[in-house]
Design a protein around this ligand. Structure first.
Ligand code: NAI
Ligand code: MG
Length: 503
């Protein structure tokens, strides 16, 4: 069994202090830093060791109500703020995040478990890019002019019509724990650019970075009440927000199951809902794939962030002519990764976010084993509190097995072989999910054909999990609806008003 490098080596004062004494963080409502009205607290731990590193308020009904009222009061003024001023504040948020990049990255790494380089490059820089991109969009929101074909206008008059794009109002942003900062920014940046006010509910395992971000947003000059952060439990604070009649829209990222619960809760006032949910994304290696690129790419598609990625490439389909080579290559990649604390410089893969998640993932592996699958690499749970899962490769599966069909959300790849394109398209599409897919080939024609035929919100060619603030991301089927990131994300936060005039 390989050694796990458990010693954290933080450099920033904030995180060094948190390892000595848990941070006490407050919620952010109407520009005030406050405790929960009922005086309840939740704790958060370092997932590598189980050490308590912070506590934060547990919001209940009264706190949620206060946050919604604060947002509703602030929203009309924010909507009337000149777009260039909104843009300036969003840009300033990005600058302040950049100035605090070491601290934000270390904080996220400690609370979530991810390696520092992942926190820095994929999370903090990704979040900064969202604020910059939507700063640019704030001044570019436009309606249309329309020439209707109406013929019954009074003699000598003309009908003219046009549209306004107006903010939807008060948004509840409910985000998960796998990539807290970037997923939060994917909702806050377009919502604020559009003129909405937000009540943010971060995930209970990773609330600290959202609270630190809120401090920076306050410092950037965001008016009181435009952003409120209510920390608390999903089924309590989260569910209260989803059902609240003062909320006009819920923007959610998380599991498909919770997405369904949110749709149920939203029915009372028919609030708008956008959902970025689970996936079981196929990674397809064709006969002519560049294998040096494809094997490393497929390994990275599943092991990056320990597989806790909504678009993780968790089902590999490999052409039979290269199957043995690829399987061996993937096992070599899996066995070569260094496990450790996110804040240890040698770490390539950290722990999962919680004991609960590690138990869940190892349950999937065990049931696959019992069902007759072969664990080609990894498969074991390690570490002082059992939160590390070895990078795992599973073969000899059948298409109806749980491990092939369900989202594991851990470092677990199932590998299957195929003979021809029709077969692999059918297998890739045989899923309730449709979030992402990647195709690895040197054939331009095959790449184009497959990107048309595979049912998913994003198709990557010779890469996987490649993001940019300009690229829409989201799913079809039970992976959700609506798109985050990219210009289309603004549609989540805008309503179209039609004006029709006889002139
Ligand atoms: P979750 O989807 O329940 O949690 C995401 C967010 O929703 C958190 O902020 C949570 O507090 C909130 N939430 C939970 N229940 C809620 C409710 N009834 N109403 C409103 N908000 C609610 O995910 P969880 O339970 O942490 O993880 C379980 C599984 O979900 C994972 O093993 C993974 O398979 C999947 N998952 C998928 C994600 C994705 O991006 N595809 C992200 C997180 C989890
Ligand atoms: Mg934590």
């Amino acid at each position: 069994m390989k050694n796990i490098h458990l010693t954290p080596e933080p450099r920033t004062d904030l995180v060094q202090a948190m390892l000595k004494k848990p941070l006490e963080a407050k919620m952010f409502i109407g520009g005030e830093w406050c405790e929960a009205a009922g005086g309840q607290w939740l704790t958060t731990v370092d997932p590598a060791t189980g050490q308590e590193i912070g506590r934060f308020p547990e919001a209940a009904s009264e706190d949620v109500d206060r946050a919604v009222v604060a947002a509703a009061e602030a929203q009309p003024r924010w909507a009337e703020t000149p777009p260039a001023e909104r843009a300036r504040i969003l840009w300033r948020i990005a600058e302040l995040m950049e100035a605090h990049i070491d601290e934000l990255s270390e904080l996220e790494s400690l609370d979530q478990g991810k390696p520092l380089y992942v926190a820095r490059w994929a999370e903090v820089l990704g979040a900064i890019a969202q604020f910059r991109f939507f700063a640019g969009q704030a001044t570019a929101i436009e309606g249309k002019t329309i020439r209707p074909s109406i013929t019954y206008q009074p003699e000598g008059k003309r009908v003219e019509a046009w549209t306004y794009r107006e903010p939807v109002g008060v948004v509840a942003a409910i985000v998960p724990w796998n990539s807290p900062l970037v997923l939060t920014a994917m909702k806050l940046a377009p919502a604020l650019a559009a003129g909405c006010a937000v009540c943010l509910k971060p995930a209970e395992d990773t609330s600290l970075s959202a609270l630190r971000l809120a401090q920076l947003m306050q410092e950037a000059g965001l008016p009181d009440g435009v952003l409120n952060v209510v920390t608390g439990l999903g089924p309590k604070a989260g569910a209260l927000l989803a059902a609240h009649h003062g909320i006009d829209k819920v923007a959610f990222t998380g599991s498909t199951e919770t997405g369904r619960a949110i749709v149920e809760s939203s029915k009372g006032n028919l609030k708008r809902v956008s959902l970025e949910l689970g996936g079981k994304s196929p990674v397809i290696l064709l006969e002519d794939a560049d294998l040096t690129l494809a094997i490393k790419g497929a390994a990275n598609a599943i092991f990056f962030n320990a597989g806790q990625v909504c678009v993780a490439g968790s089902r590999a389909y490999v052409h039979r002519s290269i199957y043995d080579r690829v399987l061996e290559g993937l096992a070599t990649e899996a066995n070569s990764l260094t496990l450790g604390h996110g804040l240890n410089p040698v770490t390539q893969m950290g722990p999962l976010v919680s004991v609960k998640q590690a138990e869940r993932v190892s349950g999937f592996i065990e049931r696959a084993r019992q069902g007759g699958a072969t664990v080609v690499a990894g498969g074991e749970r390690l570490g002082p509190i059992g939160t590390f899962i070895q990078p795992t490769i599973i073969a000899d599966v059948k298409p109806d097995m749980e491990i092939v069909r369900e989202e594991v959300f851990g470092p677990v790849l199932v590998v299957q072989r195929f003979e021809d394109l029709d077969e692999v398209v059918a297998a890739a599409n045989d899923s309730k999910y449709g979030l992402a897919a990647s195709v690895w080939t040197e054939s331009l024609s095959a790449a184009h054909r497959l990107s048309r035929r595979i049912k998913a919100g994003t198709i990557w060619i010779n890469t996987h999990s490649m993001y940019d603030a300009s690229l829409p991301i989201g799913g079809i089927k039970q992976s959700g609806y609506g798109r985050d990131s990219g210009i289309e994300a603004l549609d989540n936060y805008l309503e179209t008003k039609t004006v029709c005039a006889v002139l």
